[in-house]
Design a protein around this ligand. Structure first.
Ligand SMILES: NC(=O)c1ccc[n+]([C@@H]2O[C@H](COP(=O)([O-])OP(=O)(O)OC[C@H]3O[C@@H](n4cnc5c(N)ncnc54)[C@H](O)[C@@H]3O)[C@@H](O)[C@H]2O)c1
Ligand SMILES: O=C(O)C(=O)C[C@@H](O)[C@H](O)[C@H](O)COP(=O)(O)O
Ligand SMILES: [Zn+2]
Length: 365
């Protein structure tokens, strides 16, 4: 059965469809949402996803009368760069995309963020469709944050550009490597930790089913995760306030990704460490010890890292953290858990405390 949700953003509202095998009917979803057959489409994918799913997508769209070109980037975080952005825009020009065209992301968060920024910037903005193929992308495909990285800072060149729809065919997840399964579940757990304690404990109790890609558990977990994301984004599309809670674990996490070298730690791994760090910080600020013990226990149950690799330099991590987009007016803004399922936005965090946490996370036992 296909589950459906709406991201409620007035005239920019859009549906998220989640279910097994829905790509078999991709053309009917495109038709339902008025995607033009008169202008070319560009499907952006990567070198690992393409061999599994691109041909089927092109064939089904072609049979229905769509003119679909494709462009395949190298798999991995390094493709979220200005250089690759230029390559994809070149492919869009060569395929003849015009203002009525749509850019389609077929892949994980890397392809989604990159293709989304192409859609946001090509001819100052064209339509965008998300076809997520990773568990992590239940987060990245919803909410319209699109970006590429700079060597010094994650996601620093980007835009807000909402998709027209999210087509989540959960059968694509069966080909995911185990490391990507676990990393993707990190964002699912995050959605529980920030918003819904019962869901966080449900994730913990169902860790084996989720890691084992049990279809029923996956569909439920993705639906719940997307529901949290959609609820938050609907209330604060451009991160004026509430949306910042989706950044739990990302202050440390993004810094680790940049300092380790993009792709060394997956995004999901980096933010798992970051969420354990945020929980430690919470305890230092006087909140109950169990926030840390439970958070750490959950990530360990999923085989996710809970320590900063010892070779990463604390000064470099602290410098990278200062590029965090939440910070402003000289203040460090930090998402701090105050209970399982509840966080607060601390708008005046002491960087010295955060430095202590970074050092402790290198020795975490
Ligand atoms: N825009 C947002 O709101 C948002 C939210 C969360 C994360 N992100 C970004 O998302 C990125 C991480 O996304 P990701 O974890 O999906 O990484 P990814 O896109 O690199 O995918 C992970 C790996 O799995 C492979 N893969 C993808 N789907 C597959 C499939 N079905 N079968 C086999 N292999 C498959 C990819 O080729 C890649 O090697 C980061 O850049 C992160 O910053 C963005
Ligand atoms: O959608 C959001 O808002 C998030 O913060 C979701 C995060 O999981 C995601 O990694 C996002 O790309 C981070 O955004 P950034 O603004 O910190 O770059
Ligand atoms: Zn994230």
């Amino acid at each position: 059965m296909i589950k459906e949700l709406t991201v409620d953003l007035g005239e920019r509202s859009y549906p998220i469809y989640i279910g097994e095998g829905l790509l078999e009917n991709i053309a009917s979803y495109f038709e339902k949402h008025g995607i033009s057959k008169g202008s070319p489409l560009l499907i952006v994918t990567d070198g690992q996803v393409g061999p599994h799913y691109l041909e089927g997508v092109l064939e089904r769209l072609g049979t229905a009368g769509y003119q679909a070109a494709s462009y395949t980037v190298t798999a991995g975080e390094k493709s979220k760069s200005l250089a690759v952005l230029e390559d994809v825009i070149g492919a869009a020009l060569e395929a003849g995309l015009d203002r009525k065209s749509a850019v389609v992301a077929l892949g994980g968060g890397v392809v989604g963020d990159l293709a989304g920024f192409v859609a946001a910037s090509y001819m100052r903005g064209v339509r965008f469709i998300q076809i997520p193929t990773t568990i992590l992308a239940h987060d990245s495909s919803v909410g319209g944050k699109v970006a590429v990285n700079h060597p010094l800072a994650k996601n620093i060149i980007g835009a807000f550009h909402q998709p027209e729809m999210v087509l989540y065919d959960t059968s694509t997840l069966q080909s995911l490597p185990d490391r990507e399964v676990r990393g993707g579940l990190s964002e699912m757990i995050k959605h529980g930790l920030i918003w819904d304690a019962d869901f966080a404990y449900w994730c913990e109790d169902n860790a084996e089913r989720l890691v084992g890609l049990d279809p029923e558990a996956l569909q439920y977990g993705l639906y719940k995760g997307c529901s949290v994301k959609a609820a938050v984004v609907s209330q604060d599309e451009r991160e004026n306030d509430l949306r910042a809670i989706l950044n739990l674990g990302h202050t440390i996490g993004h810094a680790l990704e940049a300092v380790a070298g993009y792709g060394e730690l997956t995004h999901g791994e980096a933010i798992a460490i970051g969420m354990v760090g945020a929980a430690r910080l919470s305890v230092k600020l006087g909140h109950p010890e169990e926030i840390h013990t439970i958070t750490k226990r959950i990530f360990e149950k999923f085989g996710l890292p809970v320590r900063i690799p010892a070779h990463l330099d604390t000064d470099a991590i602290m410098r990278a953290m200062m590029h965090d987009k939440k910070f402003g007016e000289g203040r460090m803004v930090y998402i701090v858990p105050v209970a399982i399922g509840k966080v607060e936005i601390n708008k005046q965090m002491d960087p010295k405390l955060v430095r202590e946490i970074v050092d402790e996370l290198k020795q975490e036992d």
